[in-house]
Write a protein that binds this ligand. Structure first.
Ligand SMILES: [Zn+2]
Length: 297
């Protein structure tokens, strides 16, 4: 997989220990550049922190349960100031758990407009057995966009319109450091979660991988919400794999097959040794096609 960085901020890790822990995303901080870090807290999705003259910019804010720990981790970064900007790469609670705290503190919360719309309503997907409560007004994104944008400090961001994970997925690109944050639009660890209830789909996974490759070069470090840093080569390999899976699922839905039949067909078996059990992924990926593909009647 991709290259890990140097762990700092964790209690006095020796060099050998750092690499022994990769790529299991150790608790600690991965240094991407002098001013750019990945904060990896146990049980939490990756958070990216950039230190600038005005304070701190975050890409995603972890879960609400982890908000205190995240605040401490941010404060421990060299020259850390106040968080002035927070990106939500999508609406999921693993990414938006610091919105309330940071919104109250006056931070600019940037997201795709669809992310704001999901956060304004209760969401109860027909899978996963969980209901998600809407966020309070202060916790909602207060600066939304549809296509692309850039900050005063020239950080570029844009919509992953293919909808790989949700219909509000965005990337955030740090040109100076050549780091591309992709949220859950790309899975860095195991099979992706296809949240088709809020717009994600298997065709979007393929399309998103294609789109994101155009933003990266061989040196770009690509940071997903889960798992280690990825490279352009990793995105290419994933594009091939999900392209194949997408083709097969489309053939099955056009033959009138059911989600259970898609699972039973074991279409991912050549990848399972590396990726793990795919049953849940295949079921949801197949279901996701219902919204986008009309099977032959
Ligand atoms: Zn997610």
């Amino acid at each position: 997989m991709g290259a890990a960085g140097v762990v700092v901020g964790a209690p006095a890790l020796k060099f050998g220990e750092v690499w022994a822990q990769a790529p299991a995303t150790p608790a600690g901080t991965v240094k991407l550049a002098e001013d750019l870090f990945i904060l990896t807290l146990p049980g939490e999705a990756n958070v990216i922190a950039q230190i600038d003259a005005k304070g701190v910019l975050l890409v995603d804010g972890g879960s609400a349960a982890g908000a205190d720990a995240l605040q401490k981790a941010v404060a421990s970064l060299p020259n850390a100031g106040t968080v002035h900007t927070l990106f939500n790469t999508h609406w999921h609670p693993e990414q938006t758990g610091s919105n309330e705290r940071l919104g109250k503190a006056g931070a600019t919360i940037i997201a795709h407009e669809n992310t704001r719309l999901w956060l304004q309503q209760n969401v109860t997907p027909p899978y996963g057995g969980k209901a998600f409560k809407k966020l309070s007004k202060i916790a909602q994104p207060n600066k939304t966009f549809y296509t692309t944008g850039k900050t005063d400090s020239d950080i570029r961001y844009g919509y992953v319109a293919d909808a790989p994970h949700t219909d509000g997925d965005i990337y955030v690109f740090f040109p100076k450091q050549n780091v591309l944050a992709v949220g859950d639009a790309v899975s860095g660890q195991g099979w992706p979660v296809v949240d088709w209830w809020t717009g994600g789909w298997i065709g979007g996974i393929v399309g998103g991988l294609n789109r994101l490759q155009t933003l990266a070069n061989a040196e770009t470090r690509i940071v997903p919400a889960r798992g280690p840093v990825l490279s352009l080569a990793d995105l290419r390999a994933q594009y091939e794999m999900f392209g194949k899976i997408n083709d097969q699922l489309n053939q099955m839905i056009n033959k009138g097959r059911s989600p259970s039949e898609a699972v039973e067909a074991k279409i991912t078996k050549e990848f399972d040794a590396k990726m793990g059990n795919s049953d849940e992924f295949v079921r949801r990926a197949f279901e996701s096609l219902w919204a986008y593909v009309s099977p032959d009647a």
